[in-house]
Design a protein around this ligand. Structure first.
Ligand code: MSP
Length: 647
């Protein structure tokens, strides 16, 4: 047992409605890491919670005729129930309405003010009078109107406090580009180019136009606006500036903050700046993952209950859901959710892979040896390879956990599970079982399989905590056999181990019937296989010369940013192999700039230049329509040189 500590956090969630599978990803990922670190002997603090202040909450509560506090009390219960359903082992749950947090934020705000980093100024923006809301230019709808009620907005200003960002620009740039703070590192360039290089804007940190927030102690008509309140939860939950807890010295700085890409900027720039302003140590790592998407869009509560984690985990068990979302998401990329992919994944990996390995091995030990293996052994072909792979596994998983690459960790574990299934085919125990003189060899084969199951399931138990103990029971492993130490060793189970046949753990699902059943429960057509898609009518015929007029080329996106004043436009800098060009494209609703940088695109290269929202565009990015009205950019093969012609 080491006395090393490990502190990991999820974002705190807005309690603004029913959570969905997308909401679960970060928490399931952090939970798996927290469990792994506990298994390694670390003293772990795993924090999650709810972000309960702000205008939106105030409005929702009003709509429902309850007080904001009553509203958040109800929704935070739903989150807690979800985490129980998903078997989340958080150590602490913070609610930003908790007294100790409120008191600490007031002190922090005052200290930032006293140190000269917060000053009073004027918040200028677009104001929607009926909605009583300020909007930034980029939040307005395509007609420059209020994104909520689509009525006209006026230029207005309101007294507000601001946090000075500029003193920290250099240090933050170094943090992002010269250290391994940000994961994946590939996001650093984008964030530096888009936000730091153009000059960091000061951040509005107080408001007077609504009251559901933490009051500023020295200027009572102001409430603390969002990010100071939200971000400092990571410290107040440990007892920073309050007496409720006393773990700040023990756990701060955090080892890992995990967030999705939409809140990366707040965590990669604003959060370090605030900590620097208070001379506090910075978190060690910020792990940024993509979104779970549905029909090509970020999954969100408006998409229907087909992705309701309560329903899914009731049908397949929390472990299967946890496994699926962790396995599908590579750090840094989005992952597209569909019930069909999920069910196929459960069938192939959990039913055919792991479940089959366990049931075949236990059944054979039962059949040939009456459940207890004899102690005689006889080594044979294929043993060394299986043993070597199984014993090397723990170190590989350690590394993937430390680099927050959970999909790779799972993939390594399942490689060994596949190897064990192959070992059964290679060693043919059912033939050995027919020959009395091969009993020692058969016992060896079954023992090697039981050991491989023990090692893989010990490691898997951090990702799938509910089902693995049932497997240990079946393979006759005691608690001492399934810890971190023994996961790195072979020959841990007693030679004469006794197995216990039990239930089938991951029964195969009939895909078609299950999809039908899901649709019946959840309403038709909610899965992302949209059969209703009808391609548009073909246009009139052209000859090859007409086509040859369009000059299509491959290009690389080197830089990308939003066009100011437009919700729809992105401005892309391209390496087109001909000196580079700038193209403006109407895809901002479906792509963030970071997603496109470094990708190959196909462009119409000989279009006459035009100006869109005042920005010159030299060509057009090719994209294709999705059934739901969104679109996807066409990405040519990576090996194609920039500038090569598409024919
Ligand atoms: N309250 C802020 C975070 C403050 S942290 C100091 C917030 N809350 S949120 O509820 O809107 O989102 C919480 C997290 O869930 C974010 O990281 C968000 O990106 C993530 N996800 C919400 N939908 C998601 C998917 N569809 N896929 C993956 N993650 C998703 O932002």
């Amino acid at each position: 047992m080491t006395n090393k500590t490990f502190y990991i956090t999820t974002p705190i969630y807005y309690p603004s409605g029913s959570p969905h599978i997308g909401t679960c990803y970060t928490t399931v990922a952090c939970d798996s890491i927290a469990r792994y670190k506990r298994m390694q002997g670390f003293d772990v603090m795993f924090l999650t919670g709810t972000d309960e202040h702000g205008q939106k909450i105030e409005e929702k509560a009003k709509e429902q005729g309850v007080t904001p506090k009553q509203y958040v009390d109800e929704i935070s219960k739903i989150f807690k129930r979800l985490w129980e359903t998903m078997n989340i082992s958080y150590d602490r749950y913070i609610r930003t309405t908790d007294d100790y947090h409120v008191e600490a934020i007031q002190k922090i705000f005052k200290e930032l003010y006293d140190r000269g980093y917060i000053y009073k100024g004027e918040y200028k923006g677009k104001y929607c009078t009926p909605c009583e809301s300020f909007w930034t230019e980029s939040q307005l709808d395509e007609n420059g109107c209020c994104p909520e009620c689509h009525r006209e907005v006026t230029q207005a200003s309101e007294e507000a406090y601001f946090f000075k960002m500029s003193p920290f620009a250099d240090r933050i740039e170094k943090l992002l580009t010269e250290t391994d703070f940000l994961r994946p590192k590939s996001r650093a360039k984008e964030i530096v180019n888009n936000f730091i290089k153009p000059g960091l804007e000061d951040l509005c940190v107080s408001r007077t136009s609504f009251s559901w927030g933490i009051p500023v102690t020295f200027d009572k008509k102001h409430v603390v606006y969002v990010w100071v309140d939200a971000l400092f939860n990571y410290c107040t939950a440990l007892g920073f500036k309050n007496d409720r807890y006393n773990d700040y010295d023990k756990f701060w700085p955090a080892d890992v903050h995990m967030v999705a890409k939409d809140i990366m900027r707040f965590h990669a720039i604003i959060w370090p700046a605030m900590l620097m302003a208070l001379d506090m140590p910075l978190p060690k790592h910020l792990a940024v993952h993509g979104w779970i998407t549905f029909n090509g869009q970020k999954m969100s509560k408006s998409m229907g209950n087909v992705i309701d984690p309560f329903i899914l985990s009731e049908r397949y068990g929390a472990d299967a859901i946890r496994y699926h979302i962790l396995r599908e998401m590579a750090l840094g990329a989005d992952s597209s959710f569909s019930n069909e992919i999920m069910i196929n994944r459960i069938n192939s990996d959990l039913a055919n892979g792991l479940g089959n390995l366990v049931s075949r091995t236990v059944a054979m030990a039962d059949k040939y040896f009456g459940a207890t293996l004899p102690k005689e052994r006889e080594a044979g072909e294929f043993d060394d390879e299986l043993i070597a792979e199984a014993t090397a596994l723990r170190d590989k998983v350690d590394e993937f956990i430390d680099n927050t690459q959970l999909n790779n960790a799972l993939s390594e574990i399942f490689k060994v599970i596949s190897r064990a299934n192959k070992y059964i085919d290679e060693t043919t125990p059912w033939i050995l079982g027919k020959d009395e003189s091969k009993k020692a060899r058969l016992a060896t084969v079954l023992y090697n399989l039981l050991e491989t199951i023990r090692i893989t399931t010990s490691l898997l138990s951090c990702f799938m905590p509910s089902e693995m103990p049932k497997i240990w029971e079946q393979i006759g492993a005691s608690a001492d056999d399934v810890n971190y130490e023994s996961a790195g060793k072979f020959n841990v189970l007693p030679l004469d181990v006794t197995v216990h046949r039990g239930e089938i753990l991951f029964p195969r699902i009939d895909v078609e019937k299950e999809i039908e059943a899901l649709n019946a429960i959840l309403g038709d057509n909610k899965d992302n296989k949209d059969d209703s898609f009808k391609p548009e009518e073909l246009r009139e015929e052209i000859n090859i010369d007409d086509f040859a007029k369009a000059d299509l080329r491959v290009a690389l996106v080197t830089k990308c940013e939003r066009v100011k004043k437009s919700k729809k436009l992105l401005c892309l800098q391209l390496d087109d192999g001909m000196g580079g060009r700038q193209v403006v494209s109407g895809i901002a609703e479906w792509y963030t700039p970071e997603e496109l940088v470094g990708k190959k695109v196909m462009i119409v290269a000989n279009l006459k230049p035009i100006k869109l929202c005042g920005v010159e565009s030299n060509g057009m990015i090719c994209a294709a329509d999705m059934p739901d009205g969104t679109c996807k950019v066409i990405h040519p093969d990576e090996s194609l040189p920039n500038g090569s012609r598409v024919r």
